[in-house]
Design a binder for this molecule. Structure first.
Ligand code: SF4
Length: 177
């Protein structure tokens, strides 16, 4: 199995978990197409994720690829105030290939360092104790476990495609080294 195929298999598991989490936490979430609060930054990602986005971009029509490449000069993108892949209507131009962080932002997740955390637009008016009482623990993603697996997949990818472990997501618009 190639490292990109390994990464795709991981994404499928993440999507399945995220769908279950959204179903369980849905009434409290603000996530929907066009809600782009988590896209208003210059996102970085693991190398395997950047290469997966690059592979996806290369499947798009040439005119769309050119449009995305030109966006790197957009003042807001250049200033790091929005992701280069954020379309004007709030959609993601690389949605099928977006990184794990984009797939998991919104519902309640947990980590050793941050404890329970969620998008500020969701669970409005609730504190941590109230959120913990509202959500089924089985719907809470363990970020530490996920990041450990992702780091392993990334390390295998780097063994075949040496380079920085993480880089800006807009590097996906450059030819691979
Ligand atoms: S890759 Fe897509 S979902 Fe992720 S920050 Fe960029 S526009 Fe948003």
């Amino acid at each position: 199995m190639t490292s990109l195929a390994e990464h795709a298999a991981l994404l499928a598991k993440v999507d399945a978990f995220s769908a279950a989490a959204e179903a369980a936490q849905g009434p409290w979430l603000a996530c929907r197409r066009g809600c782009d609060g988590c896209c208003r930054l210059r996102r970085t990602a693991w190398a395997v994720e950047v290469d997966a986005v690059r592979a996806h971009v290369q499947t798009l029509p040439p005119a769309r690829q050119a449009e995305l490449a030109a966006r790197r000069a957009d003042p807001a993108v250049a200033a790091g105030a929005r992701c280069v892949f954020l379309d004007a209507d709030g959609a993601c131009a690389v949605y099928p290939a977006r990184p794990v962080i984009c797939r998991t932002h919104g519902p309640v997740v947990t980590s050793a360092e941050g404890g329970l955390q969620w998008c500020d637009l969701g669970f409005v008016g609730l504190d941590v104790a109230a959120v913990a009482a509202q959500v089924d623990a089985s719907s809470v993603l363990d970020l530490d476990r996920l990041n450990t697996v992702l780091a392993v997949v990334n390390a295998r990818h780097l063994a075949r495609h040496p380079g920085p472990a993480r880089l800006p997501l807009d590097a996906a618009l450059e030819d691979s080294p």
